[in-house]
Design a protein around this ligand. Sequence first.
Ligand SMILES: Nc1nc2c(c(=O)[nH]1)N[C@H]1C(S)=C(S)[C@@H](COP(=O)(O)O)O[C@H]1N2
Ligand SMILES: [Mo]
Length: 200
Amino acid sequence: MSRLRELRTPVFWAEGHPGRLDRENWKIEVVGLCKKPRIFTWHDLTDMPKTNADARLTSVTRFSVRGLWGGVRVADIMNAVEMDPAVKYVRFWSYRQIYDAAVPVEIACKERTLLAYEFDGEYLEEDYGGPVRGFCPYLWGYKSAKSVVKMELADTYVSGFWEVRGYPDEAYIEAGRVRDLNSGRTRPIPDGEVVRFLDE
Ligand SMILES: Nc1nc2c(c(=O)[nH]1)N[C@H]1C(S)=C(S)[C@@H](COP(=O)(O)O)O[C@H]1N2
Ligand SMILES: [Mo]
């Protein structure tokens, strides 16, 4: 059983579960404002420098799960495609292109924002957004699009799947109480990325 499943991490697929996905033949297309738009294959991504981020995915539905997320920094992807300085948002599209989420470029290029393919040393399964998902610990989990197939670099913002259904466009993590899946306790958090709980 995968670590995320052991921790009983909820499986969210608002647009419907994608079923089996082909890891070896996975491709992510990067388009929009850049000098070298291109397709990154599974092997291109796993050949790039790997970043392991000890970080939390925290949902607006008030759960938070911590582990070692492994993948390629979105910043490294932006360098590879030679992003245009006019870019303000990176819009992630999930498999079937029903689910999307746009992240401000400064946050997309922070050190722990990844195209993640691992959690605690195991490849991500389809339930949790495998083969490759967006992972952005700085914002509510709805900005971390699962099973990403396309990234669009744009100078304008477009509300994504959850934002058009009423969640805030900024997705700034607000203070409150969340269920910490790692300890099994409901604990208080301050504003912003969940690095520490207020009771630690
Ligand atoms: N394609 C897709 N990506 C998605 C979602 C979704 O429903 N579909 N849910 C989002 C939300 S609200 C959260 S909190 C996280 C949850 O990730 P998990 O299902 O791996 O726990 O994925 C985000 N990415
Ligand atoms: Mo969420």
